[in-house]
Design a protein around this ligand. Structure first.
Ligand code: ASP
Ligand code: MG
Length: 412
């Protein structure tokens, strides 16, 4: 039998009614002849509550016990989903991560999946079981302790199962009806995409379109798992949602497929640093040790052996970055006249695989911003993305103007 993976997020299993509604969807796929692996999240809000309890009990908690506690939300929904399916006369049973077993490394609270043997579940399918309901987000370490995969990790569980069972598709049921060209709250003309390439989704996911855990998209790309994101609140149809797939599976695509933004960015400039070999390493080494997520970097042309170095990072990391750089200065590792932080910027990015083969995207982006009187402070590009830093107060305007300029409200 072909296997289908269906993942239900927290809002889709938030109460017994919603679990029943989700189970009906599973029933529809079983009736089509699939063996179904259902991955469930905890009921919405549950994981936050569990994390809160752990912190209240033990601020310097033992990560192994943190995992033992926070993984429990998924156990409840897995059992309830199996019971609901049984009530519908669909042969189903639940599996906790360790029972599969979903094997991970020992990095508690952010474990990585190492292996998912499929023999236990396949043996049950062979006996006539139609649905394996698996608790998402959790696994078991080589030491036999329960692990969790990091917040949002059920998406990654789902994709990993789809890869391990060679599933036809992995459907991610959530509370939005797909991936949009940009955030509809910022640009009301945002359009739902029918398809998006893995690479584009990765750029959009890491830029703040928080629909899928980034790791799940990386995994889907590596194993070429077709991912569909769809709402569990909409009527079922074959064209619902957005398919996240390989570039080859997309016949035609706009040059730019999405405008992403990140509101809380900061621009930091080291004024007048010595321009000599090794200086960039001396600046960015301490920043990386301090866990600063440096994104864009610009080094100006040197004059009389000195230059300015600018980089961007999340606003919340500015204080830590300043400390790391001032400490390096105190140690005599680097020398600069001043360190200037601009915390009133945001990052806007145009993303599209079509950029690989079409030129002029950058020019159009810059012209559009200039027509709106928006000054660009930093520019960075990759093969399928152009990002700019601009004043935060222009964020909405910039997203809307670019969405219009690239005609993202129209398909192709
Ligand atoms: N319940 C976990 C969380 O809230 C995992 C998930 O739902 O993906 O992070
Ligand atoms: Mg999620």
């Amino acid at each position: 039998m072909p296997v289908l993976v269906m993942k239900f997020g927290g809002t889709s299993v938030a109460n017994l009614d919603r679990i029943r509604r989700a189970a009906k969807r599973v029933g529809v796929e079983v009736a089509k002849g699939y063996d179904v692996i259902v991955i469930v999240s905890a009921m919405s809000g549950k994981t936050n509550e569990l994390v809160g309890w752990v912190n209240e009990t033990s601020p310097m908690y033992d990560a192994r016990e943190y995992d033992a506690v926070v993984s429990s939300g998924e156990n409840v929904t897995a059992g309830l989903m199996a019971l609901t399916l049984q009530e519908m006369d669909i042969p189903a049973r639940s599996w906790q991560g360790w029972q599969v077993p979903l094997k991970t490394n020992s990095a508690h609270s952010s474990a990585r999946i190492e292996e998912i043997p499929n023999d236990n579940i396949n043996a049950k399918f062979a006996e006539g079981m139609k649905v394996a309901v698996v608790a998402g987000f959790q696994g078991v370490s080589p030491e036999g302790r329960i692990t969790t995969l990091g917040r949002g990790g059920s998406d990654t569980t789902a994709v990993a199962f789809a890869a391990a069972f060679d599933a036809e598709r992995c459907d991610i049921y959530t509370d939005v009806d797909g991936i949009y060209t940009t955030d509809p709250r910022v640009a009301p003309k945002a359009r739902k995409l029918d398809k998006i390439a893995f690479e584009e989704m990765l750029e959009l996911a890491s830029l703040g379109a928080k629909v899928l855990q980034t790791r799940s998209v990386e995994l889907a790309m590596r194993y070429n798992v077709k991912l569909r994101v769809l709402s569990s609140f909409e009527e079922p149809s074959d064209t619902a949602g957005t398919l996240v797939c390989a570039e080859e599976d997309i016949m035609e695509s706009n040059v730019v497929n999405g405008i992403a933004y990140s509101r809380e960015e900061a621009k930091m400039t080291l004024i007048s640093v010595a321009d000599r070999p090794g200086i960039a390493a001396k600046i960015f080494g301490p920043l990386s040790e301090a866990g600063i997520n440096v994104d864009m970097i610009i080094q100006n042309i040197a004059e009389e052996g000195r230059t300015d170095m600018t980089f961007s990072c999340p606003t919340e990391q500015v204080k830590r970055a300043e400390k790391a750089l001032n400490d390096a200065k105190d140690r005599g590792d680097i020398n600069f006249h001043d360190l200037v932080a601009d915390t009133n910027v945001c990052k806007i990015s145009a993303v599209g695989i079509g950029m690989r083969s079409q030129s002029g995207v950058a020019a159009k982006m810059f012209k559009t911003l200039s027509d709106e009187g928006i000054n660009i402070k930093v520019i960075a590009t990759s093969e399928i993305k152009i990002s700019v830093l601009i004043d935060r107060k222009y964020m909405e305007l910039a997203v809307q103007a670019l969405h219009d300029a690239f005609e993202l409200d129209k398909a192709n």
